[in-house]
Structure formats: C-alpha cells, structure tokens
Design a binder for this molecule. Structure first.
Ligand code: DQA
Length: 144
C-alpha cells in the first residue's frame, strides 16, 4: 500500500521551534523513521511538508489520482482554520488519521476546534512524534 504523510505550516521548523512544546526531533528524523517502518513492512511512504495551503490541497488531489491508500496528516495551524483542506480530503475519499504533537486540548481555546476530527478515522494528540508512529501502525493495520 501507499501512505502519504502531510505536514502543515511551520512544521519544517521542528527541532528548533518551541522545543518545550514540540520536541527536539526534526521533521527529517520523523519522516525517515516512518519511511523505514513502512518499507520494513513492504509499504511505500510518501511525505510532504508545506507552509502553503494550496500545495497541501493540490497534493491531496494528486494522491487521489495516484491511488494513495491512506493519509496521515498534521494540518498544524490549518487544523483550526481550513475548510478548504477539509473539503480536499472529503473530495479525495482517502481515509486519514489526524496527528498533533502537542495536546491541543490543554492549550489555547482556539486550538480546541478542528475542521478535521469529525471526518478522520482517528485523532492522536499530545504524544509528541510518537503520535506519527502510532498513526502509521493503525493505518497499516486498517489496510490489511
Ligand atoms: C500542532 C498544533 C497546532 O495548534 C499548531 O498550530 C501547530 C502544531 C501540533 O502538532 O501540536 O502548528 O498541529
């Protein structure tokens, strides 16, 4: 199967961005680990980080055309703002898991609402980068 991992705005700054909230690992560390874990089980993992909403939307449209089986997405700040990204996922029909590094519910009120959670297969938050590993494990199980 093919799994696409999408990371929203500012996640390219991981490792140096508020490390007390988001941890010391870089996005490259996380993507490499996920790619290796997927390929060890005979799957193909693709990933994209973008600070631009339209790039994430275009990538989801392509994913549908390419036959991507599953999406793991941390929409970052777009979680709380983007009807357009939500609509792209709905249009793709590709099942997805929403991941957040931090526990958004323990933070500012504006982070408590997500435009994705009600249409996600599942949501993981507050477990740091392990959330991506758990999401991958769940995605692969669901694809079997
Ligand atoms: C985040 C939480 C969002 O509220 C925030 O805007 C982010 C990262 C997380 O992974 O904890 O950029 O999605």
């Amino acid at each position: 199967s093919t799994i696409l991992v999408l990371h929203g705005p500012n996640l390219n700054m991981l490792g140096t961005r508020e490390p007390e909230v988001y941890g010391h690992e870089t996005l490259g560390d996380i993507d490499n680990r996920l790619r290796e874990a997927a390929s060890a089980q005979g799957h193909h993992l693709l990933h994209l980080q973008s600070n631009a909403e339209y790039e994430l939307i275009d990538r989801i449209h392509e994913a549908k055309a390419e036959g991507v089986d599953y999406i793991i997405i941390n929409p970052a700040a777009f979680t709380h703002t983007s009807v357009a990204l939500r609509d792209a996922l709905l249009a793709s029909g590709i099942p997805f898991i929403e991941v957040h590094l931090s526990n958004v519910h323990a933070r500012e009120a504006f982070r408590h609402h997500s435009y994705f959670s009600d249409i996600a297969d599942g949501v993981i938050c507050g477990l740091g980068s392990q959330g991506y590993d758990l999401a991958l494990q769940a995605a692969l199980k669901r694809l079997h």
